[in-house]
Structure formats: structure tokens, C-alpha cells
Design a protein. Sequence first.
Lengths: 280, 288
Amino acid sequence: MGLRGWRRIGFYGVCAALLVWTIFPVYYMVMLSLVSWEDLFKPRLYVVNPTFENYLQTFAQSNYFVSQFWAQLYNSVAIALMTTAAVLVIGTLGSYALARIRFRGSRAIQNMTLFTYIIPSSFLCIPFFKLMADYDLIGTKLSVILVMITFASPYAVWILWDYGKTIPPDIDEAAAIDGAGPLAVFFRIYLPLILPPMVAIATYAFLYSWNEYLYAVLFLSGEKHITIPVAMGNFLATDDAPWNILMTVSVLYSIPPVIFYYCFRRHLVSGLVSGAVTGV
Amino acid sequence: MNETAVAAAPVATARPEPWLGRALLGLTFCGPLVAVFLALVLYPIFYMIYMGLDWDIYDAIFDDPIFIQTLWNTVIFVGVAVNVKMFLALTLSALFSVESRISRILSGLLLLPWAIPSLPGILAFRWMLNGQWGIVNKILNDLGLEGYPWLVRRPTAIAAAVVYHIWKYLPFWTLIFVAGRRSIPKELYEAGEIDGTAPLQKFRYITFPMLRNLYMICSLLSMVFTLGDFVIIKIMTGGAPGDSSHVLATLAYRYAFQMGNIDWAVGTFMTALPITLLFIFILMRWVK
């Protein structure tokens, strides 16, 4: 499409403004992670004396604020991986029933997954806190994992179900005639076929949990037991927080999601879009 | 009845599948999902409603000026952030549906705010807006303007939260609208071209009517999501100055976990629950 004259200038102008607006905060975050403590208080648009000192301190846990960095990273990864595993089990089983079996009650199950997907998770934080306290789960990873499963599963079911519907039913019927039971059909036929969206779902569940702040801050405490975002929030409790190290942790914490998003971008966006666009 | 139906009949009767058997099978496969829903969605909701049945709570919180101010903050935050974002997303989606190398590269880079988790982004904004050492005031000073204590004044603190929200979520919704535009049949535009329709008229008579439903659904969905937002205000302002910039979730958190007043926190969410449920049910009907 050829744009000419003013419209061409306008197009490039908007593109340039958009680029600066999008990139600048990210650029500034990376830049701050490379400045020394003294330079932190001399705001500039670029780094004069870039240093990897902040990264070294973080990896060596030699600053008070990052003294449990590796333990916290482990907690974040462990919670995210367990959530992912559980969401995959719940999602594949549920989507198989919805996509392949016509049964009474499927309508109600569709409605409740949609409801759970839409309701803001924070609205349930008080009863969740009471619930976890009643079952003595406060402070355990399980408490956070349970909440993450609750809010990440509906979307998983939804996307897998959408995909599962497109597999021709003849395949199941042929397998059934050969004497395969529902479990055999599920494991040998359904699972291999829905592998592509499962990758997207696993990414989604992992990142949902990786990014969670509210429930992690509610349920976890103690430097050794919290996740990375909770530790980052704790920086703000003091006035003399080392923001250059905080930005270093920010960069490190952002790297896995950014890699995931760019690797699985097509899956994630098309999945999200098909949900929203076909719903119209 | 034709031949194929007759031929197919024996197969169907060979493996009779009564509805009860299928229902049991379906519910078995959905078992974990249903269990999670009952124990971790339905039960907490009713637990909260049960805790919120005490009318004294509402007498107390509606007497708290901070609560009233928080309701207004939430309405402003959600109303402005979501609507400005959606309007911009719809506008920008036009830019990205122009097929060119630049828009393809740009759409890749635009994903960055969406890919980066909330906390790092909010913290970067917070430091950039810092009154003493922030780059925003530094640039203003270099231009010969006065700096401003952005996060220490209520209007600009809420505005900062709005700006961050738009920065973070604009890319995602833009992509949704790009996909929406791509699903509009090309023939409509070709027909318009033959009739000599001007670009603005094309938007008015073809694009907008085709995207109207999507736009409404996305706006409402985003409003419900944003209504429960906790992390933006918590990390950007922490409710400062003087608890004047709270939204529902951060105020409830303060009531429950900093003041030890769980009932007031329940009351805060319960006040917003009717309108939230109404929005959710409208959405569920639309999305069907």
C-alpha cells in the first residue's frame, strides 16, 4: 500500500512516537540496572559508566536486598511449574469431555469456566485467605498453587476445547469400534492431536503464576519462602532501597516471560484472539 | 431415510450410549475442573457473601471518607484507563492492518510491555516519575520547566496508574482489533472502492459496524478485569498520598491485613460485587 506526502509523514511520525513510548520504560529499566549507586541519583538518558556490579551482587547474593535471590527464584519456578502441570491435567481432561463427549451438564460446565475466567481474582482474596488459614496452608507453596490453578484452568479448558472441537469425530468412533475405551482414546488419540495448543496453555499457566503478586504476598512470608515479585515489593518498605539492584532483579525476572512470549507469540496471540473474535 | 443413514444405523446400535453413561463419563473427565470450581470459586464466593451479610459493616465503611474516595478513584481509574486504551487500540489497529515491513517489525516490538510482568514495569514507571531523581522531571528541567511531585499528589498519582495501564495493555488489545479487522471480508471494501467511498466513510459504514460487537465485549471484559486490579496502585503509589489514591483491592488489603479489619475488606468487595456480577452475566450472554 503506497502512502504519499503528508500521510506518509504522518504514518512514520506515529510509528516513531509509538516506538519511543513502548521502548523507553524498558530501555530505562535496563539502563538503571547498569548504573552504580552514585550515578543512580544523577538522572541521565544514557549510562556514562556502565557496570555489571549489580548483576554480580545479585548472583552472589552479596547485597542485603538480594540475600535470598536464588531461593526466591527457586520458589517462583517451583510454583509456576506445579501450576503448569496441574493446569495441563485439568485442562486436557476437561476439554476432552467438552469437545468429544455430548453429555448433560456440559452447558453448566462451560458457563462456570467462563465465569471463573472473567471474575477478577482479587475479589476472592479474603475468603481465600480464611480458607487457607482454616486448612493451615498459609505459608505453603500449595496455597498459592491452588489459587493459580483456579484462575488459570478456565482459559486452558477454553482454548483446548476450541481446538479439540476441530478434530473430526470419526477418529474417536473408529477407535471405539476397534474396542478402545474412553481412556485409551484420550491418551492415544486426543492428547497427541492437541499437542500444539498444549504448548500455548503450558506457557500461559507458567506465566500466569510467574507474574502473580497479590496471592503470593498474601500467603507467603519470610525471605527464604517468598517469590521474586514479593521480594521486589519488599524493596519499597525502606526509603534507601537500592533501585539499581531492584531494576537488575526486574530485568532478570522479565527475561523468562519475554523469551516465552516471543517463542510462542503465534500460539498465544492466535489462541487469545480466536477466543475473543469467534465469540462475537 | 436414505441409504447411508440405514447403513450407519447398525454401528450406532452396536454400541448403545445411554445419556446417563455419557453424563457420568463427561463428569468424570470434568471431575477435577468441577471440584476446583466448587471448592475454590463457588465456596469462597458464598463464604464472602455470608460474611458480608452484616449490615453494620456497610454503615461503618460508608462513614469512612477514604472508602468513598476509593469508590470514586476506582470509577475514574477503570473508566478512563479502559476507555482511552480501547479507543487508542482501535485507532492503532488501523496502522497495523496496513501491510508493510515497518508495521510488522513494530508489532513485534509493541508486544514488549505486554510480555514484561507487571512489577518491573510499574517499578520502572515509579522511578521515572520520582520527584527528585526521576528522568521525567529531569527532562522537564532541561526544557526549562518546573518538575512536579507526580506520585505525591492524588490526581497525578492516579493518572500515573492510568498511563501505566495503557502502556501495559494497549498492545494486547491492539492485536485483538487487528485480528478483528482481518476477519472483515475484503469484498466489502472492494465494493466500497468501486462506489468511490472515502476512507473515513469506509470506517463509518464498514469497519465500525463490523467491529462494534467486538469493541463492546472487549471494553466490558477489560473493565471487569481492571475493577479488581491490585498491583498497579499497590506498587505505583501504595495508596499515597495519605490513602487518597486507593482502589477497591488495595483498600481491602489495607483494611484486612494492615488494620486487621477483615469485615471491612469483605464489605469493600461486596459493595462492588453486584455491578461486577451484572457485567459478568452480560458478558457471558454476549460471548455465547
